[in-house]
Ligand binder design. Structure first.
Ligand code: TYM
Length: 336
């Protein structure tokens, strides 16, 4: 019997920096959605180690965090056969396209990036050029794979916009070189906030009590939520502007349990913040425990981890080279 032609799946690329142990924000905003997309899309997930050195990293720690992150991607259930899992630094085309795209991006565009402003304020002793051109490398990451969708949290919106601008500009000059990608954001949890400063995003590079790490023990999770900043009016209500701390805990709970916000608020109305904190602690421990168990298993199998990242780099490299060669030909370089 004749088989119907297979419809080509849309392509997804996303990445995460090995700049610390991932936070619950990384998990809710990005990583767990990656798992949900693996059957429907053709997915590549990258450990963005080249990006991580825009901030000074200790070599041994960078190595440890990179392997740990790969193990975590496997622990959240990403299937390395269905998804291409790789280290950015293993595919040299990322650095190459980064240079090329530098020449199609304006200083003014980069100067407007809020992450550059934030990070250069935070690392005033190391405002390097990489920190400034970071969004260009990120655009290259996405465009190399002709990605249609990029699943990320809200903090990456501006980077994605500039990626689309660069792609459109290059296409305008040379014809059809790049797919212009779209962002793909979760409905709940696209911006999980810090537990200590709930008007800022939760970040894995902040002080320990500001964020829940995916590898935190139940005791640490309980302690951090107990100390989480709320407010003094003792009413459980979702109102991020007036009640950022409480609203953040509610959002985390919603994201982890899948319960709609209205139902959750109704169920907790009249109860104390202690109860909200217990509920969010329980949901977090329940989500993270099985991931941690799988993580410990995977970390024990170095040969497996090595085979995953080697295969990933090979698969990614073939796709990346195709786009890079196409772009270089269009620009006018002599083919090798
Ligand atoms: P990174 O490592 O900061 O974060 C990884 C992913 O987690 C999301 N995220 C959050 N989501 C919700 N709430 C939070 N508090 C929170 N914190 C982080 C981020 O939006 C991101 O999706 N530049 C990227 C890495 C990167 C990349 C790429 C991403 C490099 N190249 C190409 C997509 C495509 C970054 O620093 O992510």
């Amino acid at each position: 019997m004749e088989q119907a032609p297979k419809e080509k799946k849309q392509r997804i690329l996303s990445g995460i920096q090995p700049s610390g142990t991932p936070s619950l924000g990384n998990y809710i905003g990005a990583m767990r959605n990656w798992k949900l997309l693996e059957d429907q899309y053709d997915c590549l997930y990258m450990i963005a180690d080249l990006h991580a050195i825009t901030v000074r990293q200790e070599p041994a720690k960078l190595r440890a965090q990179s392997i740990q992150l790969l193990a975590l991607l496997l622990a959240i259930g990403l299937d390395p056969e269905k998804n291409v899992l790789f280290f950015q630094s293993h595919v040299p085309q990322h650095a190459q396209i980064g240079w090329l795209l530098n020449c199609y991006t304006y200083m003014g565009e980069m100067s407007r990036m809020t992450q550059f402003k934030d990070k250069s304020a935070k690392h005033a002793d190391n405002i390097n050029c990489g920190l400034f051109t970071y969004p260009i490398l990120m655009a290259g990451d996405i465009l190399l794979y002709q990605a249609n969708l990029v699943p990320v949290g809200h903090d990456q919106t501006q980077h994605l916009e500039i990626c689309r601008d660069i792609a459109t500009r290059v296409n305008g000059v040379y014809g059809n070189v790049f797919t212009v990608p779209e962002g793909y954001y979760p409905k709940v949890g696209a911006r999980v906030m810090s537990l200590q400063e709930p008007t800022r995003k939760m970040s894995k590079s902040d002080p320990d009590d500001c964020f829940i790490s995916i590898l935190d023990t139940p005791d640490a999770i309980r302690r951090k939520y107990r100390r989480a900043v709320t407010d003094s009016d003792a009413e459980i209500r979702f109102d991020p502007a007036a009640k950022p701390g409480v609203s953040n805990l509610l959002s985390i709970l919603c994201a982890l349990t899948g319960e709609p916000m209205d139902a959750l608020v109704e169920r907790l109305s009249g109860k104390g913040y202690g109860e909200l904190k217990s509920a969010v602690t329980e949901a977090t421990v329940e989500t993270l425990s099985p991931i941690q168990a799988r993580f410990n298993q995977v970390m024990g199998d170095k040969a497996y981890l090595e085979s995953v990242y080697r295969t990933g780099a090979q698969r990614a490299g073939i796709l990346a080279e195709r786009t890079l060669a196409k772009l270089m030909k269009k620009i006018g370089f002599i083919a090798k």
